[in-house]
Design a protein around this ligand. Sequence first.
Ligand SMILES: [Zn+2]
Ligand SMILES: [Zn+2]
Length: 224
Amino acid sequence: MDILADLLSSRCFLCKGKGKFICPKCLSKFEPSIQKCIVCENFSENGVTHPLCKIANPNSPDVYLSLFEYNFIAAKVLKMSKYPPYYFYLLRFLILNYYPKLDSFSFFACPIPISANKMYEREFNQSEIITNALFDATGILEISILNRNRDSIPLYLLDKIQRKRELKNIFKINSLKFFADFFGYKNVLVVDDLKTTGETIFQAVSTLKKHGFNNISAFSLFTT
Ligand SMILES: [Zn+2]
Ligand SMILES: [Zn+2]
């Protein structure tokens, strides 16, 4: 498959039917997310973490937003963007068309990092693609202040408790924190492609809090 040819064509990437990138028929198969509290997963206006849930889980973000439910079409988009032929433009397309309303002036965006090994294999981080698109859509600046300490076992093989153990202290702050400090940014938006149990986000929040960030929100393109 030739990516350039596909980019220039007016064929839908998903069904090869008529339409640029994603045709209206495929677009209609994405289900907009209902905003929920990331801790108890019950409805919450604008994705705000309930005050009692925040006490129960001090590593929860203040607000968690997502765009779409993780269904078969979301799975297809993620697969096509993460593995050859690396159609990550699909992630970008979704963000540019459906981005969330963000307070982009007081927050900076920090993508969930992948390990150095994975970066070497894949040459890009899909959360960073999403963060870049968010910048183009909303003007929110990216400062990638998190690194990953190690590879993890593929998370889909693990249950909730195993994930928690596997992800514990998986992130560390890198030297780009200097820029966040320099610009006086205290508020962080953690960005991921897919949220499942929320443990990855909780671990990112935990690391950020240890380094003095107190106002932390999170966003993922897809949610289970
Ligand atoms: Zn289509
Ligand atoms: Zn709650």
